[in-house]
Ligand binder design. Structure first.
Ligand SMILES: [Zn+2]
Length: 97
């Protein structure tokens, strides 16, 4: 994969140097405003395609874990399953770390 040495920020339009530690393609610079907007957009995009998916069923992560007691075990065995992808997104959206 080609390495980009500089890029134009998607939000503020300024040139920035992508952090080489990031594996994914960066489209926003390191300014706090741009990072926040990028994160918000990602969450909005997901909640748009999955309207009320988790929030309607489980009000918090603890409830979700109780309903899926073998999640940690499955996570290692079935990394590619749709269920695990959703679970990762749940953690991201609810912000439970
Ligand atoms: Zn920016």
């Amino acid at each position: 994969m080609p390495v980009r040495h500089c890029a134009c920020c998607y939000y503020c339009g300024r040139y920035f140097r992508p952090d080489c530690r990031h594996k994914t393609d960066q489209k926003a610079c390191q300014r706090a405003d741009c990072r926040r907007r990028r994160k918000q957009e990602a969450q909005q995009r997901w909640t748009k395609t999955n309207p009320g998916y988790f929030r309607d069923r489980y009000s918090n992560t603890q409830q979700w874990r109780e309903a899926h007691p073998d999640y940690q075990r499955k996570r290692r065995r079935r990394l590619k399953s749709r269920e695990i992808q959703d679970a990762s997104l749940l953690d991201m959206i609810i912000g439970h770390h």
